[in-house]
Design a protein around this ligand. Structure first.
Ligand SMILES: [Zn+2]
Length: 231
């Protein structure tokens, strides 16, 4: 049995990571879209750096919840047959114990160097313009995928979707492509598809099975069932 699990903002929201959509999509009066594009960074880098520095501080204070714990337990049983693909830029999956995690939208805790392309762990805040550990230039940006940029690891994700038996989407709105299309790729490849979400999403009708409820409740239940069927 091979499983691909896609996770989105809904799984982190219960850990206290703000989704911004819920707050009207505003941050200090800026539309989130306006601090999450390459154009915004070129125009006003300090505002963009402060936005991500603040998100990183908030993520440090958050704790994994039972949904993250359940997925780590699933990996403990399935090993390499489970891949978690997350749209989240926090590290809650890793802190719960998951190791096979692909951050398709990047990672708050690494910086991307605009001079040499290195992706390195961040110490401190990017607003202070620390030098790149690789080349020494002070041209680090948040290592997050902005609107209009290509997500990471799409080849690996697509290849895994083509060979999985089950695809589950947890806490995703279904509004952001290409992730919203993963269910169709998995279904075409013959996988059973499951949506676990607080409420119906834009793409709910595309799934074979739908479970609505808080991730911290429905994910552990689903993991228990998967493991019981696998035993
Ligand atoms: Zn560099």
């Amino acid at each position: 049995m091979r499983l691909v699990v896609l996770t989105g903002a809904g799984i982190s929201a219960e850990s206290g990571v703000p989704t911004f959509r819920d707050a009207g999509g505003l941050w200090e009066g800026h539309r989130v879209e306006d601090v999450a594009t390459p154009e915004a960074f070129a125009r006003d880098p300090d505002t963009v750096q402060r936005f991500y520095d603040a998100r990183r501080r908030a993520a440090v204070l958050a704790e994994p919840n039972p949904a993250h714990d359940a997925l780590a337990r699933l990996e403990g049983e399935l090993g390499d047959d489970l891949l978690v693909v997350t749209q989240n830029v926090d590290d809650l999956h890793e802190r719960a114990g998951s190791r096979r995690v692909v951050h398709m939208h990047g990672d708050l805790f690494t910086a991307l160097c605009n001079a040499c392309g290195a992706r390195k762990p961040i110490a401190g805040e990017l607003i202070d313009r620390p030098p790149c550990p690789e080349c020494g230039e002070r041209m680090l940006r948040p290592d997050v995928v902005w609107f209009g940029e290509m997500p990471y690891e799409l080849d690996l994700i697509e290849e895994t979707l083509f060979t999985c038996d089950t695809f589950a989407a947890i806490g995703t709105s279904g509004a952001v492509y290409p992730a919203a299309g993963f269910v169709m790729t998995a279904a075409e490849a013959g996988a059973h598809t499951v949506e676990l979400n607080l409420a119906a999403s834009d793409i709910t009708p595309l799934f074979d099975e739908v479970r609505h409820g808080a991730a911290s409740l429905v994910v552990p239940e689903w993991v228990d069932e998967v493991l019981a069927a696998h035993a």
